[in-house]
Design a binder for this molecule. Sequence first.
Ligand code: ATP
Length: 600
Amino acid sequence: MPSDAARSDRAPATGPSGAGKPVSISVVGVRKHFGVTRALDGCNFSACFGEIHAIVGGNGCGKSTLAKILSGVLPADGGRVSVLGHATLTPYEARGIGVATVFQEVLVADECSVVDNLFMGSDGLFTQRLSGAAKLRAADALMRDLAGERVDVQALAGTLPLNLKQWITIGRALLRNPRILILDESSAALDLDSTERLFAKMRALRDGGATVLIVTHRIAELIRISDRATVLRDGRDVGVLEKSEITEHNLLSLMTGRSDHAKPVSSASVEDALHGEVVLRTRGLRIWPESPSLDVDLHRGEILGVAGLDGQGQSEFVRILAGVQAAAAGHPEVRTGDGRFAAIHGLAEATGHGVSYVSGDRKREGIFANLSIFENMLMPLYRLKARAGKIATIDWKALDATFAYEVDNLLIKMGARTNKITSLSGGNQQKVLIGRGFAMNPDIMVLNDPARGIDVGAKAELYRHLSAFAAQGRAVVYMSSEIEEFVGFCSRVIVFRNGGAFDAFRGSALDPAVILAAMFGQTDGRGTRLLTSSQATAAATTVGPIKIREFAPTVRRSAAATAEGPRFGTADRDSRPAIRIVEFQDGHPVEIGPTDGGQR
Ligand SMILES: Nc1ncnc2c1ncn2[C@@H]1O[C@H](COP(=O)(O)OP(=O)(O)OP(=O)(O)O)[C@@H](O)[C@H]1O
C-alpha cells in the first residue's frame, strides 16, 4: 500500500461537473516524454466516482500513456497526479487501492490455463483462501457470464481466439472488484453482442459507485456508454464533454481541431464491381467439418465485407482465403495470369499469387516486437526488391521510397524508423501492418478486422485507399467486427452463422440494422443467392425486399456453438501458432532480410 508520504495532500474535491460527485482521479499539468516524443504535454484530467468517463483522441495523442500513469505503470515526468487520494503509485500499490486496468495489448500468458490467467496477480490479495476447485468454479461462472458461452477454463489461454483472450483480461480486472476500472481499447476485439455484455458490467460498476475510464476509437459505442468524455490532442486535453454534448461532430471537432468532416468515400458502383471477372473463388469449401459448404466469388473491383457474431466462422473464412489457415474441406482458388484458377494451399502460395493479408490481431499475427518500424513494414519485400548479380543486393532506394509513401499515406505518427515497433502507439502499430499489406503491391487484399485500434480519421483514410485499390481493378475482402464499417464502403456483405454464409446483402440492402438482424439469424437468407456470379445473375430479378423477423439482439449463441459443449480448448480449430514472415525455400521456411533495424 502507498505510504502516507505518497498521499496527495488534497482532500477529494467535487468534480467540476459530474453532477456534484466526488473526484476519484485528478491530473494536473502532467508531462511525459519518451526521448524527443512528447506523449503528454501538460495534460489535465479529472474523473468522479459513479461515472463512466471516456478518454478520446487520435492515434498517438497520449491516451494509453495517461492510463499507464494512472495505473502506476509509468511515472510522470512532471505535473500532479492523484488517484483515490494517492500520488506516485507503483502498479502493486495501484492494485492495492482498487485500480484495475485492462491494457490495450491483450496480456495473457499463452502457456497458462484460463483459470490461472484469471487469478494471476490476485493471489495474496483477496483470493488466497480460495481452493483450486473454488477457483475453477469461479472461473467457469465468470467466463460463461462474460463470453456468453461455456469456455474450457483449464485449456491453455494460447489456444483461444482473440475475443476470448480479451475476456480473460477483462475478467481478471473484474475479479478485483475495482473502485477504478480502466479499459484501454478493451472492446476492440469484441463483437456487438459481447460489447453489450461488457457495457452491462461497466454500468453495474458505475452504479455501485466506481469510476470507469474507457479509451476507445469506436465512436458510436462511446457515445452510448459514456457519462462524460475528455478529448486529448497532441498530449493535451482540449475539451470535456458532458453526456448531452457527446456527439460524433463534437468529438471529431475537438479531436482534429476542425469542424469540417467529410463522410467516408463510397465504393465503386456495386453493379460494376459485381460484373468484374472473378479473381478469387471457393467451391465446396468447408470451414469446419460439420459446417455447410461455401461457394463464393470475389470480383475484380469489388470490396467484399464479411460479418458475423464472434465464433461463427467469418474470421476463419478470411484466414483460409489468405492461406493462413487450412479449411476442413476444399481450398480457395485464385485466378492466375493465364486465366486459369490455382488452388491456395498455404500462405506462401497465396502471397505468390498476389494475395496479401492484414490482421487486427497484431500480437499474434502481425508484429515482430523486437524489430524496427521499417523492418516490420518492409521485411517481406527485402527479397522481392533484391537486385540480381553475383551477390544479390537489396534495392534500398526502392524500399526507402515505399516506406516514405506508406508512412505519409497512412499518417503514421512515429519517431526514427529504426525505433522498435513497440515504441509506437497501438493504432500506429496497426497502421504499419496495413502499410505492409499495401507495400506488397498485391492484387487482392484480405483484411481481418484491420481497423482495430485505429482512429476515425485513419479509418476514413483506410477506406479511401482500399476503395482506390479496388477501383484499379483489384479486389478486397474486409472482415470487421464493427457493422458501421461496411456501409458506404463495401459492395457486398456476407453474414456468417454456424460456419457458413447465412445471408448476403448488396446495394441499398446494405443497412446496419439488416446486417445486425442477419447476424442474429433473423433474416430469410435469400441473399445467399448473391454469393456467386451465376447465382447472382439468376437471382437479380427475383430477390425482393428483405424481411426481418422481430427480434431483440440479446445473447443468443448458435445451437452448434453451445450444444457441442466448450467450443474452445486445447484442440481448438483456431489454434495455429503465430505467423512469422518467412519465405518458403524447398519447402522450408526461411526468415528473410537482415535485422539491422533498417539502419544500414
Ligand atoms: N515506450 C515508448 N517508447 C517510445 N515512445 C512511446 C512509448 N510509448 C508511447 N510512445 C509514444 O508516445 C505517444 C503517445 O502514445 P500513446 O500510446 O499514449 O498514444 P494513444 O493515444 O494511446 O494512441 P493509440 O490510439 O494509437 O493507442 C506516441 O507518439 C507513441 O509513439
